[in-house]
Design a protein around this ligand. Structure first.
Ligand code: PPY
Length: 319
């Protein structure tokens, strides 16, 4: 199974993928030059899965991934992976901090170390690269003096760790997703799942509230909401929503069916098990809300059986 990941070797994305590799039979990780390239390889059939970063607890969404998820042909998330991230500053052997004129990183790396960079490398020009390991490779090639990246990248590129633990916020966690082509099967419900969708709607008062209401009245706990430009014209958006539950469950299934009637476009982006941080040190998201009375799976089954019985009652013959 070919798995395109955000490369080159030494990215956090590769670490995230390797943390679950034992669960993936015959996995063959293949580095891609960018998040977009990984999703393109999946869509083109050059990979069976793509592993890409989707959000961080510090910097929020990874826009290229959000945009890539709603392109065609459709793709679905089949697994999420949470990875605690720790940043180092890597340089060519012999480079001192006073020699660093240029420093490179992924935008999320820069965002999570901005204060450290301002304090310790105030004069350095900061450049963006498609990944943190691409920054390390650029240091090895002599294109820049330093990279903000995973300390493990040092051994891939023959670099030294000039400083470690340079992140501004402790306990930062990044969420990665494994993505498959739509139609290749859904993970079975585990009882602790997440469902992701993207929706567009008309621009009128209450349109977004109406979408949210379909989840609220069914007791579905939303865990994330983001918007991204639809790119059709200014002022039109995709709303990305994550909620606790699986499409196979009545509450989530009925909420999605209601959105299908209500939204101008609706993309199902997957139902997959909710992940926890491997070392358990940081809660991945606020605790799931307690079940709302009348909204459990048993309540839905009971209500459906009641309705079936009503409809099956014999015709009284009265016209
Ligand atoms: O560039 C990487 O190594 C990635 O995996 C993306 C990323 C960048 C910064 C923080 C977390 C993930």
């Amino acid at each position: 199974m070919r798995i395109a990941f955000l490369g080159p070797h030494g990215t956090f994305c590769e670490q995230a993928l390797r943390s679950v590799i034992d669960d993936l039979p015959d996995a063959a990780p293949e580095p891609a030059a960018s998040t977009t390239a990984a999703l393109d390889a999946l869509r083109a059939g050059e990979a069976d899965l793509a592993c890409v970063p989707i959000e961080s607890s510090v910097e929020g969404a990874v826009p290229a991934t959000m945009d890539g998820l709603v392109e065609s042909p459709p793709v679905v998330v089949v697994r999420e992976i949470l990875l605690p991230v720790r940043f180092g500053v890597l340089v060519r052997p012999g480079t001192a901090i006073a020699d660093v004129r240029t420093v490179a990183s992924h935008p999320h790396g820069e965002a999570q170390t901005r204060r450290w960079l301002a304090a310790h490398l105030p004069g350095a020009e900061v450049r963006m690269t498609p990944s943190t390991a691409a920054a390390a490779a650029a240091v090895a090639d002599g294109q820049v003096d330093a990279a903000v990246c995973a300390p493990v990248a040092a051994r891939y590129y023959g670099l030294d760790v000039l400083a470690d633990g340079v992140h501004d916020t402790g306990d930062a966690v990044t969420r990665f997703v494994l993505v498959a082509r739509a139609g290749s099967g859904l993970p079975a419900p585990t009882g602790a799942d997440r469902t992701s969708i993207a929706a567009t709607t008309v621009n009128e008062p209450g349109a977004l509230l109406a979408i949210l209401t379909e989840f609220a009245i069914r007791g579905v706990d939303l865990t994330r909401i983001e918007s991204r430009p639809s790119k059709a014209r200014l002022g039109t958006y995709w709303f990305f929503l994550d909620g606790a539950g699986h499409v196979a469950e009545a509450a989530m299934g009925e909420a999605l069916a209601a959105l299908h009637r209500r939204c101008t476009d609706l993309r199902f982006l997957g139902s997959y098990p909710r992940a926890t941080v491997p070392d358990g040190s940081t809660a991945p998201s606020p605790p799931v809300a307690p079940p709302v009375p009348g909204q459990s799976a048993a309540d839905y089954d009971d209500a459906a059986a009641w309705l079936r019985a009503l409809r099956a009652a014999p015709d009284p013959g009265v016209r």
